[in-house]
Design a protein around this ligand. Structure first.
Ligand code: NAP
Length: 412
């Protein structure tokens, strides 16, 4: 098999295949990983130890991951003079599922963002962020355990599509002239312009994934989050297309809140919608009424981080970008460079992203083992510095010691 970045593909592994609409996962799947910059190597060392122990705990020696290093960020730049080698993108394309640590965002023009490149190349149209509380983690809320949501955020459209013209440029002037002269708008001539496209295709495929997830995981409801009272033909349409999708494809499995006169019929997933500003209040004041959330790009970006803060912050928050045939799992925090190489950083975000990865692969036993290990370790108040400084009576562990404690608790 072709070597990517001149690194031989592990001989003891097999590629994951995508056939007839689903993944075929061998017992020794090759999974590319990007270690990450700054604290990335500390985090990856700990996470990899936990993943190896969890797979062994779940399946004995029958299954194992063949890890395959690919390069991006500073390590790629120092080796290949390229922040994001095409071979790294091609490897993820080839092997379908990958995991990455945080990467430095290079300062300066002309450098592609890894996340944007991956999203475009692999059509990763869903940003998937589960947000739940782990007992013992310090939180600003009285009842952080009442929030347990899974956010599906549209990843390719909206004001994040990158269609913008800088104020004062000929392009901006041209667009403003056209809007004012031909479309009946009144836009100030000294404006910068950004475009907010939202399509039937992009909205429905995102909402479809959220509903499928809710059905497969016996979740109670899917809430369509939108700002449709103001932006009727984009955000409002997102809501309308969502309900249209429910009627077209999920009429047997779902019930629509506005059409119900009594309780939700047994076994059906409730589909409802909430205005974006309202949902920020609702997740604080009535968190237990929300479950799966489907959102356009910008609202989802804000809501994911705000929800993560409720349950203890970004250091604990896992995430993934997924499409139909590919998934890239990652830390949601940055490289925290001042702690690099000190073996002190909290690796939970990557460890929990790995747990999502195993769930996505259908290796649910591994996810359960990881969840058990991390839940017990946090409940024992054995934590890294960031949680230690906020917890009374906790034991401060190094990154590697925290991983060892998780493994000990997985095997207990
Ligand atoms: P950051 O790396 O997330 O770190 C900011 C602070 O957050 C840290 O100093 C630390 O706070 C805390 N923190 C972050 N991760 C933690 C963890 N795992 N455990 C414990 N504490 C953690 O944000 P930044 O300093 O703004 O960004 C640094 C670099 O990362 C930049 O180049 C940025 O572009 C990049 N970045 C990458 C990604 C990504 O790859 N997904 C995401 C965001 C940022 P204390 O100092 O209070 O302990």
């Amino acid at each position: 098999m072709k070597a990517f970045n001149n690194v031989p593909v592990p001989a003891d592994g097999e590629p994951i295949q995508f056939q007839d609409g689903k993944f075929v996962i061998p017992d020794r799947p090759i999974i590319p990983f990007i270690e990450g910059d700054g604290t990335g190597p500390d985090i990856w060392r700990a996470s990899r130890a936990v993943f190896g122990a969890a797979v062994a705990r779940a399946y004995g020696g029958k299954r194992r991951i063949a890890w395959y290093e690919i390069f991006a960020g500073e390590k790629a730049f120092s080796r290949f003079d390229n922040w994001l080698p095409q071979d790294s993108l091609d490897a993820i394309k080839e092997f379908h599922i990958a995991i990455k640590g945080p990467l430095t965002t290079p300062v300066g023009g002309g450098i592609r963002s890894l996340n944007v490149s991956l999203r475009q190349l692999l059509n990763l149209y869903v940003c998937w962020r589960p947000v739940r509380y782990y007992a013992g983690v310090p939180s600003p809320m009285k009842h952080p355990e009442r929030l347990n949501v899974v956010i599906f955020r549209e990843n390719t459209e909206d004001v994040y599509a990158g269609i913008e013209w800088r104020q004062g440029t000929p392009e901006a002037k041209k667009v403003i002239n056209w809007l004012n002269n031909e479309m009946g708008c009144r836009i100030r001539s000294d404006s910068g312009i950004g475009i907010k496209p939202m399509s039937v295709t992009g909205s429905k495929r995102l909402i479809r994934r959220a509903i499928q997830y809710a059905i497969a995981n016996q979740r109670r409801s899917v809430t369509l989050v939108h700002k449709g009272n103001i932006m009727k033909f984009t955000e409002g349409a997102f809501r309308d297309w969502g309900y249209e999708l429910v009627r077209e494809e999920f009429a047997d499995a779902c019930a629509i809140e506005s059409e119900l006169s009594g309780p939700v019929p047994a076994g059906k997933v409730l589909v409802k919608d909430r205005i974006a500003d309202s949902i920020f209040q609702q997740v604080l004041l009535r968190p237990d009424e929300y479950d799966v959330l489907a959102t356009p790009n910008l609202n989802g970006d804000y809501l994911s981080d705000a929800s993560a803060a409720q349950v203890g912050g970004l250091g604990m928050a896992p995430g993934a970008n997924i499409g139909d045939q590919h998934g890239v799992f990652e830390a949601t925090h940055g490289t925290a460079p001042k702690y690099a190489g000190q073996d002190v950083i909290n690796p939970s975000s990557v460890i929990l992203s790995g747990s999502m990865m195993f769930e996505y692969m259908g290796w649910k036993e591994v996810s359960s083992v990881i969840e058990q290990g991390i839940t017990r370790t946090l409940a024992q108040k054995r934590v890294t510095y960031d949680l230690h400084r906020l917890m009374e009576g906790a034991t401060k562990l190094k990154t590697s010691e925290f991983a060892a404690a998780i493994i000990e608790n997985m095997n207990a």
